[in-house]
Design a protein around this ligand. Sequence first.
Ligand code: MG
Length: 157
Amino acid sequence: MRIGNAFDVHPLVVGRALVLGGISIPFELGLEGHSDGDALTHAVIDSLLGAAGLGDSGVWFPPTDPKWKGANSIEMLRVIMEQLKERNWKVGNVDSVIICERPKLSPYFAQIRQNLAKVLEVTETQVSVKATTSEGLGFVGREEAIAVHAVALIEKA
Ligand code: MG
């Protein structure tokens, strides 16, 4: 078994969709990014890459590559899952925490877990999504960004 951990942060801006775990969440602000800005899916990708010792998402999806401009991050996760499977890895479990002042994300957890579990080829019980606020402190507290921590365990299939 191997574990990997990851952190991602994206700025909250006007005029962008708020996408987390491949789910569009109604909110007046959205996440800036070269792709769709899905910080949760990015953190999951980086935790898997970390566990497999395959670098980080910057290596696999360079921000200079027009191919990934506006990309659905779930498609990026699919690419990384293919890489893991080629190396005989399967996902044991993924745990994550989204640090976000607003909006309230818990109503979307079930849908996000279902969505990620499908791509990770595991059951929903193997995908944990949690959220916390920053208690008004720092850039997350000022609603300038959303941050995500994720941990993944992988094992030989
Ligand atoms: Mg990112």
